[in-house]
Ligand binder design. Structure first.
Ligand code: ADP
Length: 161
């Protein structure tokens, strides 16, 4: 059985993330989408809220589960007995950063954790959680960027900020 983890901030999950989740779920027997509890990043949604959004969005995908973690990905993956990390590549600008993370994880885990990259579907290549937040902060339309229920939650957040 081949298990993979898709780690990220998912603040909030976008249609680009969901596209990677759907495609990866077809490649592996099980996929754990795991929200990194990164205290250093000033997040819009709490980890619990991000986990709930991902659970709702992946409800129809039986081999996908949602979790959260803090600390090093390699420690989390070892605990879960997972040897593959999935990451998305949007543009060449993602490459250097992602290459560094992938190589560090492989080195630190002594080869136990490898990374599989999925290139983004073209229609989502421009999408990022930060741009979604930026558009929403100025009351812009984010309905092309996130599922409908997420757009509502983002709007609510900015209303109450
Ligand atoms: P992080 O803060 O760890 O980069 P993100 O939630 O921003 O977390 O992204 C998680 C992963 O999803 C990263 O590998 C990122 O490149 C990828 N990703 C983000 N947006 C998209 C998109 N629109 N299409 C494909 N992959 C994406």
């Amino acid at each position: 059985m081949i298990a993979a983890v898709y780690p990220g901030s998912f603040d909030p999950m976008t249609l680009g993330h969901l596209d990677v989740i759907k495609r990866a779920s077809k490649m592996f027997d099980s996929l754990t989408v795991s929200v990194l509890d990164n205290k250093a990043k000033n997040a819009l949604f709490s980890v619990e809220e991000r986990v709930n959004i991902l659970r709702e969005a992946t409800r129809g995908l039986p081999n996908v589960s949602v979790d959260s973690f803090n600390g090093l990905l390699i420690d989390y993956a070892r605990e879960k007995n997972i040897h593959i990390s999935v990451r998305g590549l949007r543009a060449i600008t993602d490459f250097e950063y992602e290459l560094q993370i992938a190589q560090t994880n492989r080195k630190l885990s002594q080869g136990a954790l490898d990374t599989v990259f999925l290139t983004t579907s073209l229609e989502y290549a421009y999408l990022s959680s930060s741009s979604v937040k930026e558009i929403a902060a100025f009351n812009g339309d984010i309905s092309q960027c996130v599922p409908e229920f997420v757009a509502e939650l983002v709007k609510e957040k900015f209303k109450n900020l």
